[in-house]
Design a protein around this ligand. Structure first.
Ligand code: TMP
Length: 205
């Protein structure tokens, strides 16, 4: 089972995933967490280039292609083999991030972006995608309180991040059978409880 978590900046995905993994392992599932961009040696090197604040001149097409390069590697090296072994893979972001950030955020042609992500993933689609949704300004404020995580994309304008969030919400509407929206402005424990419930329901189907 392939599960992905998505959301605007500061939605808390990264802090929730280790607790979800522990919870599912206690229930006897074999679970493997991954993150994008990253999760392999090559993909982590590409992540450094993408997120480096020094690379302010990076063109949106360069950015788009680098995310796909990182993605192709983790799909082939990690995600597909784990899924083939019957594991649950939970990814902190996947191709919906490209559609939201590089498509809606940079206002690039969505059909071109969809074709690129299909190429990068070989068509591998998650069975469940959870959107941790929250007000963009609330999320960015959370992130500024944790300066070590501030990257080149966080530094884009608030308008950019609002387009990203709007993009996610359109994607949910277009494909409601794959997406579940969780309100990430709730207390951390309530968000964690909703995530656990959503994933268990999907596993028990
Ligand atoms: P994060 O690890 O803090 O979520 O940082 C990942 C950043 O990369 C975040 O700003 C979203 C961005 N991103 C894209 O713009 N496109 C993508 O395809 C992915 C995976 C991430």
């Amino acid at each position: 089972m392939f599960i992905t978590l998505e959301g605007p900046e500061g939605s808390g995905k990264t802090s929730h995933i280790p607790h979800l993994v522990e919870f599912l392992r206690e229930k006897g599932y074999t679970v493997f967490p991954t993150r994008e961009p990253g999760g392999t040696s090559i993909s982590e090197q590409i992540r450094d280039v993408l997120h480096d604040l020094k690379n302010a001149e990076m063109h949106p097409r360069t950015e788009t292609l680098l995310y796909q390069a990182a993605r192709a590697q983790i799909v082939e090296q990690v995600i597909k083999p784990r899924l083939a072994d019957g594991e649950i893979v939970i990814s902190d972001r996947y191709y919906d991030s490209t559609i939201a950030y590089q498509g809606y955020g940079h206002q690039q042609n969505l059909d071109d972006i969809r074709a690129l992500v299909k190429y990068a993933t070989g068509g591998l689609t998650p069975e469940l995608t959870i959107l941790l949704d929250l007000d963009v300004e609330v999320g960015l404020k959370r992130k500024t309180q944790n300066a070590t995580e501030w990257n080149r994309l966080d530094a884009y304008t608030v308008e950019f991040h609002k387009s990203v969030r709007a993009g996610y919400l359109e994607m949910v509407k277009a494909e409601p059978e794959r997406w579940v929206v969780v309100n990430a402005e709730q207390a951390w424990e309530s968000v964690q409880a909703e995530l656990r419930k959503t994933i268990l329901e999907k596993l028990n189907k």
